[in-house]
Design a protein around this ligand. Structure first.
Ligand SMILES: *Cc1c(COP(=O)(O)O)cnc(C)c1O
Length: 403
């Protein structure tokens, strides 16, 4: 340890954490950062030499390693190399970036789009560029951390409404001064619970109270709508959302984030958002992969059908065994465990039987609502899902969650 900092608050904070992690590891309850040695077909992975069914993936349509997408990435490397010359505004903008943004705008039924280096950076920079001191942001209590951070960074008045509670949202909107700028912001599909935001009611409230609407579609692209284009398609409400944000790291097997919106909003963001102006462009391979992936989704609608079938099988099966899967309607399936230790024990049982799931415990979710957060994808085979459910069921019986 550095002798210059023996006893300041930072040293103590680091020490406390080091001890906590060591203790969890000593109890064989540390499930994070596991080294995945290989990605295998059929949503399997090799971890510590063992082949496991992967039930913690965000690759909802199973597009990782899709030949068309891999090829597009390789072609981009051959043509442009592995990096860019810097930030987009100066020397880093490639034709690949423009193509990707046009593809996203088309896919999201929007006039224009802008990309950033991650979904996290996108929420941070977009909320804090649009909103500022004196403005009001209204955020669902279960919104993703990147939205919360963006709201705090903006310096706007920050109001949180109870999860998917439109009456509470209306009360907060009514109480805000009528003449201030307002932004309502929520996840489309909630990343810990798998339920869907009440978009129709939210749109109605935004109109009534003259508020902008921003929706984070990290878990709805490739998941909601018959064509997989997201929440506007799901509710047949094209054009209802002012700012459609998404990530290129989940269904889209790349990295990066984007916003699709009106031409004017995108022009503003391109010249005012700091994560665009002061951070490097997406690498060519990742931009090309993302561009191809949006096209593959439209060309292969059977993947969405498969995802829906697998989701139904998984949720239905777990429920019929007696598990509480909360309000999920999507591929994100919480298996409620209650206290943190039960969630850890469930995880250990599942992983020892080659089912890769992860626990979500407080503070990521409220105390007492610890869970396994399992995800199912289009790439799982029905008999594999059956086997995984048997393993989860055996674990649940052993720990007294089900009979
Ligand atoms: C994953 C996620 C993000 C962040 O996206 P990254 O590209 O991984 O940075 C933002 N919002 C939600 C709801 C997410 O689930």
């Amino acid at each position: 340890m550095d002798v210059h900092h023996t006893d300041d608050a930072v040293t103590r904070r680091i020490k406390a954490f080091t001890e906590r992690v060591a203790q969890v590891k000593a109890n064989d309850l540390y499930f994070y950062n596991q080294p995945i040695e290989e990605i295998l077909p059929g949503m399997k992975v090799r971890v510590n030499g063992r082949t496991m069914g992967m039930y913690a993936s965000y690759s909802y349509l199973g597009l990782i390693n899709h030949p068309r997408i891999n090829e597009a990435a390789k072609r981009a490397v051959d043509k442009f190399g592995t990096g860019t010359n810097g930030v987009r505004s100066l020397a880093g903008s490639l034709t690949l970036h423009t193509e990707l943004e046009e593809t996203i705008a088309h896919f999201k039924h929007a006039e224009a789009a802008i990309t950033y280096s991650s979904g996290y950076a996108t929420n941070l920079t977009v909320v804090s560029t649009l909103m500022g001191r004196g403005d009001y942001v209204f955020s669902d209590k279960l919104n993703h951390a990147s939205i919360v951070d963006g709201c705090l960074m903006s310096g706007a008045e920050f109001r949180r409404f109870r999860h998917n509670d439109m009456e509470h949202l209306e009360g907060l909107l009514r109480n805000a001064p009528p003449d201030v700028a307002k932004l309502v912001i929520a996840d489309s599909v909630f990343s810990m619970d798998g339920d869907i935001i009440d978009l129709p009611k939210m749109v109605e409230l935004c109109k009534k109270y003259n508020a902008w609407l921003m929706i984070d579609e990290a878990h709805s692209v490739g998941v909601l709508g018959e064509r997989g284009t997201g929440i506007e398609e799901h509710f047949n409400m094209y054009g209802a959302i002012d700012i459609k944000m998404g990530t290129l790291s989940k269904t889209i097997p790349s990295v990066g984030g984007y916003v699709a919106a009106s031409k004017d909003i995108i022009t503003y963001l391109r010249h005012a958002s700091r994560a665009y102006i002061f951070s490097a462009a997406l690498p060519p391979a990742q931009a090309a992969a993302a561009n191809e992936a949006f096209k593959v989704i439209l060309d292969e609608p059977w993947r969405i059908e498969r995802l829906n079938q697998n989701t139904k099988q998984f949720i239905g099966g777990l429920k019929s065994m007696g598990f509480d899967t909360m309000l999920t309607e999507t591929a994100i399936v919480p298996v409620l465990c209650g206290d943190d230790n039960t969630a850890f024990a469930m995880t250990r049982e599942c992983q020892h039987n080659d089912v890769f799931v992860l626990p979500v415990v407080s503070p990521a979710v409220p105390e007492g609502l610890a869970r396994l957060r399992a995800t199912v994808t289009a790439a799982h085979e029905p008999d594999e899902i059956e086997r995984a459910m048997e393993v989860i069921g055996e674990a649940g019986k052993k720990l007294g969650l089900i009979k």
